[in-house]
Write a protein that binds this ligand. Structure first.
Ligand code: AMP
Ligand code: ZN
Ligand code: FE
Ligand code: FE
Length: 288
């Protein structure tokens, strides 16, 4: 069983539509794929309608959080997408992404970069707008050679010249909301130091005590030493460990199934979840 529990579509800042994502996941030989767009469940219906035979979809989202000034991401799996409290929080974060992107564009204009909201809105389409969309605009304008090169102190990295914060949820509140919606909470790429400051282990221990289910260990932004340290921490705290590609289509270099999750851990996630069931693929024919 090959299980990839962290992927983005055009519902946020990936470049595959949800339908393309599930087709590409099947073509990559995956048995299970999770759709975890930033702060939205908008891609679910299209992904389910296109789900190939033999591929199972885990519905989820990646929630933007912040603790003591450090931004972090919380993966939420198999929660009830209609549950009002979590839905309201997702909408709050997602809606604040628009004025925040406009704020970053204003900063870039002050820095002499002629990026416009129209350009960024075109790139984002109907996806929840984020820094990778602004980064793609900077690539189009020839300001930087690649999306990754826009994530520096000169431009969009945390604390960078053109970076503007958005509303982000307290992770303890996120855990409470995810659990309240029947979901499972996994701290995404907790050791991704290239993205900026990381959350201290003491805070991860407090999150574990507050109901955090697991941490993402095998991820492109973790070097081998970081993975070993996180695996030890998870063992100490009784947390599940996952592995995932964090696929963003052509906007990032990672490929589907680059890292995968142990089938036993996946089984445990599905056992703990009460908000939704994994969706088995029917080849786009729901009558079967
Ligand atoms: P946002 O939610 O708008 O703040 O954008 C966060 C997204 O930007 C992340 O999910 C990544 O896809 C991307 N990102 C953040 N930091 C980096 C980085 N250092 N290099 C490349 N992409 C990054
Ligand atoms: Zn992303
Ligand atoms: Fe993330
Ligand atoms: Fe992600």
């Amino acid at each position: 069983m090959r299980i990839d529990l962290h992927c983005h579509s055009t519902a946020s800042d990936g470049t595959d539509t949800p339908a393309e994502l599930v087709r590409n996941a099947a073509a990559a030989g995956l048995d299970v794929v999770a759709l975890t767009d930033h702060d939205t469940t908008r891609g679910y219906a299209e992904a389910i309608a296109a789900l190939p035979d033999g591929l199972t979809l885990v519905t989820g989202a990646e929630l933007s959080c912040r603790i003591d000034g450090v931004s972090m991401h919380m993966l939420a799996y198999l929660f009830d997408p209609e549950e009002p409290a979590l839905l309201a929080e997702r909408e709050l974060v997602r809606d604040d992404r628009v004025p925040r992107a406009q704020g970053m564009i204003a900063r870039l204009n002050e820095l002499g970069v002629p990026v416009t909201w129209e350009q960024v809105a075109r790139i984002a389409g109907d996806g929840s707008v984020g820094r990778p969309h602004v980064a793609s605009a900077l690539v189009e304008l020839g300001v930087v050679p690649s999306v990754d090169d826009a994530f520096t102190g000169d431009w969009l990295a945390d604390g960078g010249r053109a970076h503007v914060e958005k509303h982000e949820t307290d992770p303890f509140e996120a855990i409470r909301l995810i659990k309240g919606a029947g979901g499972v909470a996994v701290f995404a790429h907790p050791g991704a130091s290239k993205r900026g400051r990381t959350v201290p282990e003491s805070a991860i221990a407090e999150m574990a005590a507050a109901g955090l289910d697991g941490i993402e260990v095998d991820h492109m932004d973790h070097d081998p030493a970081t993975r070993a340290r996180l695996r030890g921490l998870a063992k100490e705290l009784g947390l599940l460990t996952t592995g995932s590609s964090d696929y963003h289509g052509s906007r990032k270099t990672c490929v589907l199934g680059e890292y995968t999750t142990d089938p036993e851990v996946y089984g445990e996630i599905t056992r703990r979840a009460t908000g939704a069931f994994p969706v088995p693929g029917t080849g786009g024919n729901p009558a079967r």
